[in-house]
Structures are given as structure tokens and as C-alpha cells.
Design a protein. Structure first.
Length: 549
């Protein structure tokens, strides 16, 4: 390794001025969240001056919170404090590829990351653990002009696995090894085995450092998988308290709460996360509103809609749409498109859905954001199909087929699968509108099977509309309440306490002459619903439970 490094120092020396310029060019915008949310102290000493080490530790904690803009500022400051601090440059590189997020490094990010790695190598370090972390980052950023993200992330995982084997007692290496293991999971399968393996590593770290921000955070990601949402509840609930003004730390427990249908907690957690996100600018010069803000807003809106709290959802959607300078990323595009779609579809506002704006705002590069655009076209098509406007539904379906083809060539299998699910669901509604009930059911069942076999991406609280819920809706239209009830029950197994699945199950049970089951579902709907919900379904539920049906 030392001989390899000395060669690299010579070959990369031309990048050192670039990296130094990068340190100088990162402006410091220390807001309230950045000042307060370092979180638990880390035990990861580095071979830099004490002052630089202190700033590095702060950056490392922020990196573990995925607070990338603020982390990059801290690492840059550490590098200015101690110009021989190789790990400061490693830290800057680590903020530029953001594993587990749907954003992908731009060509400029890759070049900057490679330059930062080159600077770290040129400075050098006598610490073996630092050397291994630097070389693992180099594995990701090498060949910066090639664009295959998944090749890069797999190289990083392999390097971190080797580092973990070489230093099994190093907590920081263990945490990054677990993160890499989660990040490199194939996106077209359910990642339960990888989640369990990563969780085992992270729990071992937490035995030694119970407040380690990375171990807590990545454990929540490991548990954000079907069948694991009930694991380590005390750690999930504790994580937000570790950094009470850090937006991502406040938000992350709501991934698990969403899977469990704990809507009031999802709303309150994301209200705090959205407010905190506005305190932290994004971009090296603080020119954007960080895309953690729309991320929190969508989870908040989704949960409010499950309570029938439509005014809360509407006001938060309006808040998102009037916020300017949003970071121009995939996350921002997805959350704008998805939150608009959800607000119409969950309320059954079909005419509203069919007129949703496409590729809006125009300031975003929608050619790069196929899945978000597909969400809008699905909503438009579903709205049109429910309104009997099959001409408009066919237009939307044709666009979804084109987007599905484009997604298939984009190198992101999970994006392509989600677009395909949306296309199948819309095809089913078009078939139902054309009175081809057999094709409608067959196609919706195909969508439901694909959805069950597809991992939920961390960007989204759940499917635009669950396929099994839509299958229940379709079967109710076909006057097959017993079959519809089975579909709704499956939807509630996958996505507990959803307002429309509970309502559908109650109606299906009622029409299938199962009043006891209907009363149970209506009662659960009343328990979920906000006291001031305007939805007529609550009046229906109260009447049935009271025996006034």
C-alpha cells in the first residue's frame, strides 16, 4: 500500500492545486442547525492538529447525518486550519457521492472528488486506518470521466469490505462498511439479507458507542425494509433526539413510523425537519434551499392525507410550491411531482389530477428525472380514466410507455421498475374504462406482484398509490366485494393504516355481507382520521359503527 501510495502521490500531484482551490472556494454559512447539531462526540482521532481534528470531527458527525453541505464546509475549514490534514480532503470527497440518496454525482462532482482524493494522497498519512479510508474513496472516484454510478459504488463497497476485514475493531470503518453494504444492494430486489447483515455490524458498534450518529442513522435505513420496521425501536426513537435541529436526523425515524402507520408522529417529525432544513442552505455558496426540505414535506403531506387532514396537506403543498431557490436535484423534482400527485389522488380529486402540470417548474432538468415525470403522467391518466376521459388517459399511457423505455436505459433499475408499475396500473384503469374487466384485473395484478417484489426507495414514503389498494378499488367497481376485500387486506399488510385502504376494506366487507369485519375497518378508520377531516367517509363510518347504516 505504501509503495502504491508513493506512486499515486507523484501521478496525482497536478491535482493538488485544484484541491487547495476547492478548499478556498467553499464558503462558510453557519446557521443555527450547523452550530448546534454536531450530535454525539465521535471517537475517531485523526493525524491532524487538534484544532483541525475538532473541526473534522464535527464534519464527520454531519456527514453521518447526511448533512452534506454543512459537512463539506467543516471539512474545508479543517483543511484550512491544517494544510497537511489529508483526512480533510477525504471528508470533502465523501460529501460528493451521497450513498443511499437518489441523487447522483455530476461530472463536476466526480472531478472534484477525484481531486480531493488526489490531495489526500499527495499529503499522505502514517495512519493505516486513514490510508484505507482514502483508498476506498479513491475506488469510487477513479476514472472521473466515466459515468457508471453502480460500478463506482460496488468498488467502494469492496474497498470498505477489505478495510473492515483488515481492521475489525475500528468503529468508523465498520460504520462505513455497513453503509456501503446497504448502498450497493441491487435496487431491483428486496434487500432484507443485506439489511440484516448491515444491522448486525451497526448494533455491534452501538454496544461500544451507543450514541454514534452514523450507526444510529444507518440502522434506521437497514430497518426501513419489509419485516424489519419493528427492529430496535428504542434506537429509532432516540436518533432524532441526538441532533434536535438537524433536518435529516429529525426526519429519519419517520421512515419507520410511516411503515407502521404512525401518522401523527410522521407529521410532527417532518414539520420539525422541514423547518430545520430551511435553516441550512445548500450549494457551496449557500445559493439553494436544501432538498431535504421537499423531502420532509412529502412525507408530511403523505401522513396528513392518511389522516384525512386535507387542509394540513394542502397548506404544506402550497408552502413547498412557494419556496424559491430549491436545490435542482432529483429529490426536488420527485417531491414536487409526487406531492402534487398524492394531494389529488388520495382525495379522489380526479379532475384536479388530470390537469396537473407536467415538467414543472421548467427550471429543473426534467430530461434527467424520468420517474418524477412519470408520477405526474400516471396521476393525469388515472384522473382521466376515473372521469371517463379515455382519450386523455390514452395520451398519458403513451407517454408512460415512452418514459418506461427511457428509464430502462438510464442505469437505475429501481427507477425503471417504478415507472413500469405506474404504466401497468394506468393500463389497468384504461382497460376497465373500456369494459375489458379481465384485462384490467390481470394487468393490475401484474402491477401488484411487481410492486411487492420491488424495494421501496428511500426517496418516497410509499407507492404513488399502492397497487393492491387500486386492485381493491377496481374489483369493487366490478362488483366483486369478496375479492376486493382480499386485495385491501393485502394492501393493509404492506402499508398499514392507510385511509383509503381502510375505507375500501370496510365497504368491501359490508358489500360481502360481513358486517363484523366492516365495523372493525370503519372503527379503525375513525381512529386514524383527524377530528376535523372534511371527508364524507368519516360520516359513513360513524353511521355504520353506530348501527345507522
Amino acid at each position: 500500500m505504501r509503495a502504491f501510495q508513493s506512486v499515486r502521490r507523484r501521478s496525482m500531484s497536478g491535482l493538488w492545486p485544484v484541491a487547495v482551490a476547492g478548499l478556498a472556494g467553499v464558503a462558510l454559512h453557519v446557521g443555527p442547525a450547523e452550530a448546534q447539531d454536531r450530535g454525539a462526540p465521535l471517537r475517531h482521532p485523526i493525524s491532524c492538529s487538534p484544532a483541525a481534528d475538532a473541526e473534522f470531527q464535527r464534519g464527520l458527525a454531519l456527514l453521518h447525518h447526511m448533512t452534506y453541505p454543512a459537512a463539506r464546509m467543516s471539512f474545508a475549514k479543517a483543511g484550512r486550519i491544517d494544510t497537511r490534514c489529508a483526512m480533510a480532503h477525504w471528508g470533502i470527497a465523501m460529501t460528493l457521492f451521497q450513498p443511499l440518496w437518489p441523487t447522483r454525482p455530476t461530472p463536476d462532482d466526480l472531478r472534484r472528488g477525484w481531486a480531493a482524493v488526489g490531495a489526500a494522497r499527495a499529503i499522505g498519512t502514517k495512519a493505516r486506518r486513514e490510508e484505507m479510508l482514502i483508498e476506498a474513496a479513491a475506488a469510487f472516484f477513479q476514472d472521473p470521466d466515466s459515468g457508471d454510478y453502480w460500478t463506482r459504488i460496488v468498488r467502494w463497497e469492496k474497498a470498505m469490505q477489505e478495510a473492515f476485514a483488515a481492521a475489525p475493531g475500528d468503529d468508523e470503518i465498520a460504520v462505513f462498511h455497513a453503509l456501503a453494504h446497504l448502498a450497493a444492494a441491487p435496487t431491483d430486489t428486496i434487500p432484507r439479507p443485506r439489511s440484516a447483515e448491515a444491522a448486525e455490524v451497526l448494533l455491534a458498534v452501538l454496544e461500544r458507542q451507543p450514541r454514534h450518529p452514523g450507526a444510529q442513522h444507518y440502522l434506521v435505513h437497514a430497518n426501513d425494509a419489509p419485516g424489519r420496521e419493528g427492529e430496535s425501536p428504542e434506537i429509532v426513537s432516540r436518533y432524532a433526539a441526538e441532533a434536535p435541529r438537524n433536518p435529516h436526523a429529525l426526519h429519519m425515524p419517520t421512515h419507520i413510523q410511516t411503515r407502521q402507520g404512525r401518522w401523527a408522529e410522521v407529521v410532527s417529525g417532518n414539520l420539525r425537519a422541514a423547518d430545520a432544513a430551511l435553516e441550512q442552505p445548500a450549494g457551496d455558496h449557500g445559493e439553494f434551499v436544501w432538498d431535504e426540505f421537499p423531502h420532509a414535506i412529502e412525507y408530511l403531506v403523505y401522513a396528513a392525507l392518511q389522516q384525512g387532514a386535507d387542509s394540513v396537506a394542502g397548506s404544506q403543498l402550497a408552502r413547498l410550491m412557494r419556496t424559491s431557490r430549491l436545490q435542482p436535484t432529483f429529490k426536488t423534482a420527485f417531491h414536487i411531482a409526487s406531492t402534487r400527485a398524492r394531494y389529488a389522488l388520495e382525495r379522489g380529486a380526479w379532475r384536479e389530477a388530470m390537469t396537473l402540470p407536467v415538467r414543472d417548474p421548467a427550471t429543473l432538468d426534467w430530461d434527467r428525472f424520468v420517474w418524477p415525470e412519470a408520477v405526474t403522467w400516471f396521476a393525469r391518466g388515472a384522473g382521466a380514466a376515473h372521469e371517463g376521459r379515455l382519450d386523455s388517459a390514452h395520451v398519458a399511457a403513451a407517454r408512460l410507455r415512452a418514459l418506461e423505455a427511457a428509464a430502462g436505459t438510464g442505469g437505475e433499475p429501481i427507477f425503471a421498475r417504478n415507472v413500469r408499475i405506474l404504466r401497468l396500473e394506468l393500463d389497468a384503469w384504461v382497460a376497465q374504462g373500456a369494459h375489458d374487466t379481465a384485462a384490467a384485473e390481470r394487468t393490475m395484478r401484474e402491477a401488484a406482484e411487481l410492486e411487492v417484489a420491488t424495494a421501496k426507495h428511500a426517496v418516497t414514503p410509499g407507492p404513488t398509490l399502492p397497487a393492491h389498494e387500486q386492485l381493491g378499488d377496481l374489483l369493487l367497481r366490478q362488483r366483486r366485494p369478496a375479492a376486493a376485500l382480499a386485495a385491501y387486506r393485502r394492501s393493509l399488510e404492506l402499508y398499514p393504516r392507510r385511509f383509503n385502504s381502510l375505507l375500501g376494506a370496510a365497504r368491501a366487507a359490508r358489500d360481502a355481507s360481513d358486517p363484523a369485519a366492516a365495523r372493525g375497518y370503519y372503527a379503525e378508520l375513525l381512529a386514524v382520521a383527524a377530528p376535523n377531516t372534511p371527508r364524507r367517509a368519516v360520516v359513513e363510518a360513524r353511521a355504520f359503527v353506530a348501527g345507522r347504516r
